[in-house]
Each structure stands twice: as structure tokens, then as C-alpha cells.
Design a protein around this ligand. Structure first.
Ligand code: RB5
Length: 141
């Protein structure tokens, strides 16, 4: 899924300790693609709580501080649940007509695959049509 509001300006990244190593790799990869990265932590392997970082990243995207967001935890699950708690995301998903964040699992996805997923997501356009109808249904929920 890609950002359709124009060229990607800034991508927010955040993780807990379980996704820290992957977040660092993703950050480096994005910088190598000449994308601006907003690193919202965490900054070490020390144990932290993923809701804090999922929320932080989603709020940066919802406020427009970043165009897109990538969050990482051990599985990608806890932090995606946290990010989806930020209500403004529903508005932005509608406005942009596609997903503006992805979640990755540092303990479940090999780094090469994770970076390939990031590239695929950045480089693929939203198709609209029947998919738009389903996104609309999600927005109604
Ligand atoms: C942290 O140990 C782990 O629970 C977290 O990174 C994530 O996998 C939660 O969904």
C-alpha cells in the first residue's frame, strides 16, 4: 500500500525493545532510499512498553508530522493494536484512501524480508475500486 498524497516526505519509525534491531535496520534502509526519517524511539534493547511507541508513531502520522509510519515490536501485533487506537488514523486512511502505517515483527520476520516488505509497501499504489468499498466499510466500523 502506498502513499498517494504526493511524494513521500517523512516516515516516522518507532519500536519497543523487541523490534528495536529491526527498526534500526528499517531506518537505515529508508535513509539509503533518501527518505527523511523521524525516529520516535525506543533507542536501546532495554525493556519498554510497546503501547507508548505505537501511539507515538500513529499520533505523528495523524497530526501530519510524518506522512507514513512504520512500527516494530517482537511480533508486529502488539504495536499495531496500539497504533490502531489512535482515532485520527481512521480520518487519514479515508483522506489518503490507503493504509498509512505498517507494523513489522522483529522476532518473527527475517530482516531481508522485512525490508522487502517496506519497499513493496512504499512502491505499490492503492488500487481503489472494490478495495475502496472495503476500506469504506472499515471506516464505518
Ligand atoms: C515484548 O516482549 C513483546 O511482547 C512485544 O515486542 C510484542 O511482541 C508484543 O506484541
Amino acid at each position: 500500500v502506498s502513499y498517494q498524497g504526493g511524494s513521500v516526505m517523512k516516515i516516522a519509525v518507532a519500536s519497543d525493545h523487541g523490534g528495536f534491531a529491526l527498526k534500526e535496520m528499517v531506518k537505515k534502509h529508508l535513509e539509503q532510499r533518501n527518505l527523511e526519517v523521524l525516529d520516535l524511539g525506543t533507542h536501546s534493547e532495554e525493556s519498554v512498553d510497546y503501547p507508548v511507541y505505537g501511539r507515538r508513531c500513529a499520533e505523528a502520522v495523524a497530526s501530519g508530522e510524518a506522512d507514513l509510519g512504520i512500527v516494530c515490536c517482537g511480533t508486529g501485533i502488539g504495536i499495531s493494536i496500539a497504533a490502531n487506537k489512535v482515532k485520527e488514523m481512521a480520518h487519514l486512511t479515508k483522506q489518503h484512501n490507503n493504509a498509512n502505517m505498517i507494523a513489522l515483527g522483529g522476532r518473527t520476520t527475517a530482516p531481508e524480508l522485512a525490508l522487502a516488505i517496506v519497499d513493496e509497501w512504499l512502491d505499490t499504489d492503492f488500487e481503489g475500486g472494490r478495495h475502496q468499498r472495503r476500506v469504506d466499510m472499515l471506516d464505518e466500523m
